[in-house]
Design a protein around this ligand. Sequence first.
Ligand code: FEO
Length: 395
Amino acid sequence: MVKIKISEDIFWVGIVDWDVRDFHGYLTEHGTTYNAYLIVDEKTALVDTVKYPFHEELVEKINEIIGLEQLDYIVINHVEMDHSSALPYIIKEAKNAKIVASKKGKESLTKHYGENLAIEAVKTGDRLKLGKRTLTFIEAPMLHWPDSMFTYVVEDAILMPNDAFGQHLATSARFDDEVDEALLMREAAKYYANILMPLSELVKSKIQEIIDMKIPIRIIAPSHGVIWRSNPVKIVEAYRRWSEGVPKDKAVIVYDSMWGSTAMMARAIADGIASQGVEVKFFKLRESDVTEIVTEILEAKAVVVGSPTLNNSMFPAVSAFLTYVTGLKPKGKLWAFFGSYGWGGGAVKQMMEITKKAGFEVYESPLEVRYVPTSSEIKECLNFGRSIAQKMKSY
Ligand code: FEO
């Protein structure tokens, strides 16, 4: 097995999960990695473990470098099981290792793996001397679990922030300068949009807190995907932009359709928006991945949602989408609604109610068409699109 160094005596001992495509509902079309890092000094420390099916591979990697029984510390930055579930196996052989976690991490580890673990709780600013190297801990509650924390290797200026700055990207490359930049930033944006977007205020303040600490950061080594070594500032700036909700001149149309009427409306609305020089992304829900849609919404100024009325309600695919997206709380966007109906209607009203309740800014002039749109109603759809594009200019 090839030893992968990220710095002198600091090794990547993670796992590449090439096959995973459904990560608790998140479509990981490029797989993922579970990154763990081994620091070898007078004392040795493993920072994070991996998902349990890969525990033997992790043990093998550690054994090639130091021998598992030589491990002195296991730092658990985050208890979610993609990073901690190999711990019970590791600790069986690493009998002398002390587990280090945040206070919430200690509680959560105990709840996951039982009372018998010896865990030392640490807080922001606590230091752990390994020899030439020192680890410092930075609690990061709700980024994205209450237990989350970052580990900073002082002498090497390496930040190990666990999930933050990660990407679900399985690759034989370990570093940002070894992969396609557009793909990397796309996967980083997808990760932010689907995992961290509802926590944007906390992301913003945590970035500021780290800037205020004035610590040099040469490398950012997250727990998923590649390691940022060529330009770590690039991903920090992207996180700052995403957390502030800075949008681009882009509208996302999301709809579903039963007999094609809502689809006709969607196409005409797209033409109306595009006629004003605004980029349009277009998704039919049952033929699209919601993870991908949310990635497009991250930097959009407007989201235009269409649904036919079924049993006086929204179409089920639209309902599922709105449940997901209201939970993610995208900021600073205009939400507009349209749809077709046969007799009573109800979908548009329901969509507006749900999004207003979630605190979204809703365009108060929705568009509804009975049965199949006529040519004059298609013109109304074009005008509806133009009005949305005009309204977007004030964003
Ligand atoms: Fe990658 Fe929150 O676990």
